[in-house]
Design a protein around this ligand. Structure first.
Ligand code: AMP
Ligand code: MG
Length: 425
């Protein structure tokens, strides 16, 4: 099959392109409601209103040095007597003409002063201060509003609060912010074969790894998580559990049970409780993915629903690639742009089928003698099977291989950094 023919093949009906799925999901999601939070407890929340400066920062001119505040024009009259002492926090008197003021870092400069001379450059003779002749107006004065002018738009709606933005908000004196509340995600694992760590494995059973992976991933991504445990593979249990947890959640996430086999009950259960799209995604790992909603019966509206594939690597990668932007939308983030691609030289050969592939790779340290600007190289984890979670632990990046793409050793390939993908927008 030619390269082009392969690209054509990926347009085949039935496979949902990854970007199209992200778009459709994000378009159907509305942000959660808002709340007022004190600044001391707002880290990681997303602004639901813009932050506009009500004051200038700094609020007045102040000294950036320990030294003497002067009016430069007075220097023509020889040494100046010291008429006041101003420490940080003091309210200064206007500067008496023909005198200087002892002043300290952070202290407001007195009205009439136009420069501060640092103390190391000043000589005191008979209680008078002698200044260097080359002192310029404005020297060592931090101007009122040099950081922020009153009325300035500091932070837009949809900004996630980080230590810097919280410091900025404090600098204009706001004690609280209006933010979107943390979305509540209820997480469920489906599967009769699942057993919790700590219990012995019976024949046919495996440990429930998705629960621990996904709970902590969603917490990292800025959600409050309800750990709703395991659902057995029956339609009744799937339906009743989903209906129950949906009452308290903004989003219900399940793993497993979204294929269309006899033991897969997620699709009929969510269809009975609300609405569902079940997609065969053009993504590898991670083919089946369900998105929909579950009606609430005890309150207005509903909970969104995402059904992740069961294999741990598939569940993990679809969460990063598809659910992460959906959560950003739910959280009210202004940008749904995913993290930017980076580029590296492949140290391997690979060939995509008709789905986009996310290859677990690791960046290789430079070779001895490499220049710092030399290409990053990436090597491939040998087993890319979707059941091999060690591939994700070994990897620090995901090479994104488009449908039909052939990668040959030495090719430039695009990749996403895993640590950035695991952090909130
Ligand atoms: P399913 O989509 O339910 O057929 O699951 C696909 C594969 O993922 C099966 O091999 C399951 O045993 C496995 N799997 C499903 N859920 C989990 C889980 N919570 N932890 C580990 N493996 C799982
Ligand atoms: Mg299953």
């Amino acid at each position: 099959m030619s390269h082009n023919a392969k690209h054509d093949a990926c347009a085949q009906p039935g496979l949902m392109p990854v970007d199209e799925a992200i778009k459709q999901i994000c378009e159907s999601i509305q942000p959660v409601t808002t709340e007022i939070r004190p600044l001391s407890n707002a880290m990681g929340y997303v602004l639901a209103e813009p932050v506009v400066a009500g004051v200038d920062v700094p609020p007045a001119d102040n000294s950036s040095m320990d030294g003497y505040a002067i009016r430069v024009a007075d220097l023509a009259n020889g040494p100046l007597g010291v008429s006041q002492r101003i420490a940080a926090g003091d309210r200064p008197q206007p500067l008496q003409p023909g005198t200087c003021a002892r002043i300290f870092t952070g202290a407001e400069t007195p009205e009439g002063a136009d420069a501060v001379v640092m103390q190391e450059k000043v000589t005191l003779v008979d209680d008078k201060a002698e200044f260097p002749k080359d002192t310029r107006p404005g020297e060592n004065i931090r101007k009122k509003g040099q950081d922020i002018n009153q009325g300035k738009l500091l932070l837009e709606t949809g900004t996630r609060l980080d230590p810097i933005s919280l410091g900025l908000i404090a600098s204009i004196g706001l004690p609280e912010v209006v933010v979107y509340r943390k979305p509540v995600v209820a997480l469920l694992s489906t599967g009769n074969e699942l057993v919790e760590p700590g219990l012995p494995l019976q024949p046919g059973q495996i440990y429930n790894s998705n629960r621990y992976l996904l709970i902590n991933l969603f917490k990292n991504l800025g959600c409050e998580v309800i750990d709703a445990g395991i659902i057995q593979d029956t339609l009744e249990e799937t339906k009743s559990t989903l209906a129950r947890v949906a009452e308290q959640a903004d989003l219900v996430v399940t793993s497993g049970g979204v294929s269309v086999g006899e033991e897969d009950h997620v699709k009929p259960a969510v269809e009975a409780l609300g609405a569902l799209n079940l997609w065969r995604m053009a993504m590898k790992p991670g083919k089946p993915l369900a998105f929909g909603s579950i009606r609430k019966t005890q309150s207005e509206g509903g909970a969104y629903f995402v059904g992740l594939p069961g294999n741990p690597v598939s569940a993990f990668l679809t969460s990063l690639v598809v659910v992460r932007p959906a959560l950003a939308k739910l959280q009210g983030c202004k940008t749904l742009q995913n993290i930017p691609y980076r580029y590296a030289e492949a140290e391997f050969n690979a060939e995509a089928g008709i789905r986009r592939e996310y290859l677990r790779v690791r960046r290789i340290p430079s070779r001895p003698g490499d220049q710092p600007n030399q290409a990053t190289r990436v090597e491939l984890f040998p087993n890319q099977n979707s059941g091999v979670l060690t591939s994700c632990q070994w990897a620090d990046a995901l090479v994104v291989m488009e449908p039909g793409q052939k990668i040959r050793e030495g090719d430039w390939v695009k990749y996403l950094e895993l640590t950035s993908l695991m952090a909130a927008y």
